[in-house]
Design a protein around this ligand. Structure first.
Ligand SMILES: Cc1cc2nc3c(=O)[nH]c(=O)nc-3n(C[C@H](O)[C@H](O)[C@H](O)COP(=O)(O)O)c2cc1C
Length: 174
């Protein structure tokens, strides 16, 4: 009897420890490119995958960067814009390591990424950023987000345009 109780107790402790050591790949993707990379990264990193889903999906017209009045142009010109997110994560406390991916918009992260960082408690978590783009680097997105959230441990970021499995493995240390 004593042994059974001890076994159950240690299984419970192991479960709690592993629940807090899980890895999350969270991504925003308007046209699918970042989603593909995020899906591959989650598989390689043995991580859970979560979409940062806008309450209102972006239409083609919304994404027209030639039009100063388009939704994306208006949002990106307004640093305080925080597009609403649907599909909230119930269990952020389970994750120790969080990869956050997004497309580069106007050389930085879309403002919905700010909404994401402001929606959860990231205390004690390690965050790595990744992005896809038409050619711009991720550097400005990393420095902008690090400056906006000094209390969050945002380590660095990597552009993962056309990333091979080997590059993804290297990125997440697997
Ligand atoms: C509104 C908007 C702004 C963009 N700005 C940039 C940019 O500054 N630099 C760049 O290289 N690509 C830019 N792009 C291209 C996207 O970063 C690129 O196509 C990305 O891979 C799209 O990812 P997604 O399919 O996950 O949405 C922009 C795209 C949109 C829609």
């Amino acid at each position: 009897m004593k042994q059974i109780v001890l076994t159950i107790f240690s299984l419970l402790i192991m479960n709690t420890i592993s629940a807090q050591n899980k890895t999350l790949v969270a991504y925003f993707s308007a046209t699918g490119t970042t989603k593909n990379v995020a899906t591959e990264l989650a598989a390689v990193a043995n991580a859970d995958l979560h979409e940062i889903k806008p309450a209102q999906a972006y239409t083609k017209a919304d994404l027209d960067w030639h039009n100063k009045q388009s939704r994306s142009s208006v949002e990106m010109a307004d640093k305080s814009s925080r597009p609403a997110i649907t599909d909230k994560l119930a269990n952020i406390s389970d994750y120790q390591m969080v990869y956050v991916g997004f497309p580069i918009w106007w050389y930085t992260a879309p403002t919905i990424v700010n909404t994401f960082f402001e929606s959860y408690d990231f205390k004690g978590k390690t965050v790595y950023l990744f992005a896809t783009s038409g050619g711009s680097t991720i550097d400005k997105a990393v420095s902008d987000l690090q400056a906006a959230y000094p209390g969050i441990n945002i380590k660095s970021g990597r552009l993962l345009n056309f990333a091979s499995k080997k590059e993804l493995q290297e990125f997440c240390g697997k």
